[in-house]
Ligand binder design. Structure first.
Ligand code: SF4
Length: 558
């Protein structure tokens, strides 16, 4: 089976040391990406670590397909102990980082410890440099990029960076790359902030050492380039009206399921602002959305659908330029648009100010700097809803993505049991329910499908393949690419999900946390079916024998 190549590079920012460890055996069984990072995190982050403490670790990892020139592979994985959910999270970002990361020759970067000075770290194929950068304190993400360009002659495609939100330990701070692509969910930016790491750059000349089977490599690329799918013009924004028509667009902080102004902030409205094509590295599908508002001069990339929901319908905001502004603020300040937008929506609910975009933008900035009410909101809805006097619409501390589980019941079940909380990328139930492949009504009988979808997503994040490439990078093609039966690839995904859950169990997360803030039919029975299909104990914990199989003895201890 092909797998990522290169050592684990471990950076202890307390001591400013860099250590390379051969992890070939781990990569042979866990391939790379999310699976390898999760196996490392499971073994090397102490179960009782403080998410903001020096013992937490952040992992940035590549899969083997990042050594190809195939579409849908311009992606990277990040994993760590989340300040938002208090469990393991992985997040996935596009852009152009992956090829520059591969050019350093490593497969996984690990960051641990806590620096006493703000650092920029430079990783090359020739070694690591720790640079003190007090002048970047409080810098926005574009300001960090400008610094790196001016002082190191490296563009934003070489860099991961945090903004003020990460430095200020906002629990949903993001890690940004290429200024506009986001390791968004779960507060990975606050982990780097707690370690006083402002940015990490990657550059080198290492040639990828593996050969990707062709076909399907060039077939996928050609089909991506020739596709006439509307998503190539409108990205995920193009789904807004369809989702609204299916009563799955949470509106005014979950008061309603549809937004009367969806068309004003949806795909056509965004496409009108699009001024050029955008893509991720090596991707001919090019679904990204560089947008500009000529009247105000505002430029951003997006909004993608989830931002349209979080900064649009959730806040009762009906002007696409205001949604673009929310997107631009989050990218610049370094925050997940979903958690930030929904938390601001909770605030607007508490103030009876839905539709007040100026207030929403003001509060968004306050969150990043923890000013005034922003200090409470920076904790996320689960921790501030009592103060606001609103309901806690989160699962395991994570604010909901759109795709309302009150209508798509299989997706609701997925939100309830996901190790990551209320995130739509954890399993693909929403796609199956929107397309009618399974009936959105009811939760019973869906557990086997949910387990398979979770395993599939976990392997996709391991390979790494973009979530939008499934029509092209099919199961059959994955078998050819990885020279393994698809069921074997799903097993790698399954081991990853089990290790996440076991880590979370050890932190006290169990059956009582697999829940929803609203009622859907037969949820308790459906969760029991899920535990059965997943092979879990009745209390939602992973049996010891399963942990032994899922964990890798090849993970180096430290
Ligand atoms: S399909 Fe879109 S998001 Fe996915 S890799 Fe290609 S350009 Fe990036």
């Amino acid at each position: 089976m092909i797998h990522a190549t290169g050592p684990l590079l471990s950076l202890d920012v307390s001591k400013r040391t860099a250590t390379e460890t051969n992890i070939d055996s781990l990569l042979e069984t866990h391939v790379g990406g999310r699976a390898a990072a999760t196996a490392l995190a499971h073994e090397r982050i102490p179960f009782d670590a403080d998410p903001f403490g020096p013992k937490n670790r952040a992992y940035l990892s590549t899969g083997p397909l990042q050594q190809s020139q195939m579409s849908f592979t311009g992606r990277m994985n990040m994993t760590g102990l989340s300040p938002l959910t208090d469990g393991l999270v992985s997040s996935n970002a596009g852009g152009y980082l992956s090829r520059n990361f591969v050019s350093t020759g490593i497969s996984v970067l690990e960051v641990t410890g806590e620096s006493d000075e703000l650092l920029a770290i430079h990783v090359t194929d020739d070694g690591v440099t720790f640079e003190e950068v007090p002048e970047l304190e409080g810098a926005t993400v574009p300001e960090v990029s400008e610094y790196v360009e001016t002082n190191h002659d490296l563009g934003p495609e070489h860099c991961i960076a945090i903004g003020p939100a990460g430095e200020n330990l906002v629990r949903f701070a993001s890690v940004m790359t290429f200024d506009s692509r986001t390791f968004g969910r779960g507060g990975l930016g606050a982990i780097l902030g707690s370690k006083n790491v402002k940015c990490v750059t990657f550059s080198g000349d290492v040639e990828p050492p593996i050969e990707i089977p062709d076909p399907p490599e060039t077939d996928v690329h050609r089909e991506a380039a020739q596709s006439d799918d509307p998503m190539r013009r409108q990205g995920t924004a193009g789904g807004t009206e369809f989702i609204n028509d299916n009563f799955s667009l949470p509106t005014r902080y979950f008061e309603e399921y549809e937004f009367e102004h969806a068309a004003d902030i949806g795909g056509n409205a965004v496409e009108e602002k699009k001024y050029k094509k955008g893509a991720c590295s090596a991707c001919a599908y090019a679904c990204k959305l560089p947008t500009r508002d000529e009247e105000t001069g505002l430029e951003t990339e997006g909004p993608e659908f989830e931002t349209i929901y979080a900064f649009g319908s959730s806040q009762g905001v009906d002007d696409v330029v205001d949604v673009m502004k929310g997107n631009e603020l989050c990218d610049s300040l370094g925050m997940d648009t979903v958690s930030a937008g929904v938390t601001v929506a909770a605030y607007l609910a508490s103030e009876d100010e839905f539709g007040n975009a100026a207030l929403a933008q003001e509060v968004t900035e306050k969150i990043a700097y923890r000013e005034g009410i922003g200090d409470s909101l920076a904790e996320g809805v689960a921790r501030c809803h009592d103060e606001l006097g609103v309901e806690d619409f989160t699962v395991k501390g994570m604010e909901f993505a759109a795709h309302d589980g009150r209508v798509l019941h299989g997706q609701g079940l997925s939100y309830a049991v996901a190790n990551r909380g209320a995130d739509h990328m954890y399993a693909g139930m929403l796609s199956l329910e929107y397309s009618g492949q399974i009936d959105p009504e009811g939760t019973l009988g869906k557990a086997e499908t949910l387990v398979r979808e979770e395993n599939s997503a976990a392997f996709r994040d391991t390979g790494i393949v973009c979530a939008f490439g499934s029509e092209y990078v099919t199961e059959e093609r994955l078998e050819t690419l990885f020279d393994a039966p698809y069921e074997e690839l799903l097993e790698i995904g399954a081991r990853t999900v089990q290790l996440e859950r076991h880590f979370n169990n050890r932190r006290g997360i169990d059956r009582s946390d697999d829940e929803l803030p609203y009622e859907i039919p037969d949820l308790e029975a459906a969760i029991a079916e899920y535990y059965d299909a997943r092979g879990l104990n009745d209390d939602g914990t992973v049996p010891d024998s399963t942990v032994e199989t899922a964990a890798s003895s090849a993970v180096p201890t430290n």
